[in-house]
Write a protein that binds this ligand. Structure first.
Ligand code: ADP
Ligand code: MG
Length: 251
């Protein structure tokens, strides 16, 4: 695998860069009925990520570690343009994500960023191939090309013989590999994965991790997990606690 040298890591342009990002979630500011009854309300805001700076370069796998609630998912969502920061900026290649309209940000995400979730998020009524092809439907790619590309990606993750299976007819590990194929179908520059082995047993998880290692040969991968074995594939581990980076080290 192409682990970047220290020199490359400081000279190759980043895929994505977060500069002092803070994400505050605001909840209903009105105290609930129970809150009014007992004369107090829950805090109206949660600072999920506080003043985090992070640079992700091509060819590296970065692991986000930290206990539940430490801000891993929020940071991933910021890097992937699923959320915009309350303060600070996320720069994707040359583009400040906050400068884009929602529509253009969605488009950039579709074209450039692959996302893998813990619970696969596949559509049960569609075949593996149709699931993998979905981002291409949204990008307006023709049917023939979509099917061809989706089949290629399924082959690549070792599921060439499961093309017409529906998610319900696949094991958890196979479903996650379908989700990885879907994340790769647009040939993204960045792949983010949120607890991608969280639902899988150790052996199945290993197969999925091998896939990520291969994925990172020609793109950047950011992987949130609290599983040691999952984090072991990272070139660098960034540890979060209460929304801030408490440690960052080469693995
Ligand atoms: P992790 O992925 O490390 O478990 P998260 O990023 O999911 O952490 O959450 C960080 C903090 O932000 C938690 O306190 C969580 O409750 C809060 N949080 C996450 N998402 C939201 C949201 N949509 N609205 C309000 N609070 C949220
Ligand atoms: Mg999470």
């Amino acid at each position: 695998m192409a682990v970047p040298t220290l020199e490359q890591r400081t000279t190759v342009p980043p895929v994505v860069n977060a500069a002092s990002v803070t994400k505050v979630y605001t909840r209903g500011s009105e105290p609930g009925r129970f809150g009014r009854l007992i004369g107090r309300s829950e805090p109206a805001t949660v600072e999920a990520v506080s003043d985090v700076s992070l640079t992700i370069r091509p060819g590296e796998i970065v692991g986000l570690a930290g206990p539940s609630g430490s801000g891993k998912s929020t940071l991933l969502h910021l890097l992937a343009g699923l959320e915009v920061p309350t303060e600070g900026a996320v720069q994707y290649q040359d583009t400040d994500l906050a400068s884009l309209s929602n529509r253009r940000r969605t488009r950039l995400r579709l074209e450039e960023i692959g996302i893998v979730f813990q619970q696969f998020h596949l559509l049960d009524s569609l075949s593996a191939r149709a699931n993998v092809a979905l981002p291409l439907v949204e990008l307006g790619v023709g049917r023939r090309k979509r099917r061809q590309r989706a089949s290629e990606l399924l082959e690549r993750v070792g599921l060439g013989d499961r093309i017409s299976h529906r998610p319900g007819e696949l094991s958890g590990g196979e479903q996650q590999r379908v989700a990885i194929a879907r994340a790769l179908v647009t040939d993204p520059t960045l792949v983010v994965a949120d607890e991608p082995t969280g639902e899988l047993d150790t052996e199945t998880g290993r197969r999925v991790l091998e896939e990520f290692t291969r994925v990172a040969e020609d793109r950047a991968v950011v992987l949130a997990s609290h599983d040691r074995e999952t984090l072991a594939i990272a070139d660098r581990i960034v540890r979060l606690q209460d929304g801030t980076i408490v440690d960052s080290a080469d693995a």
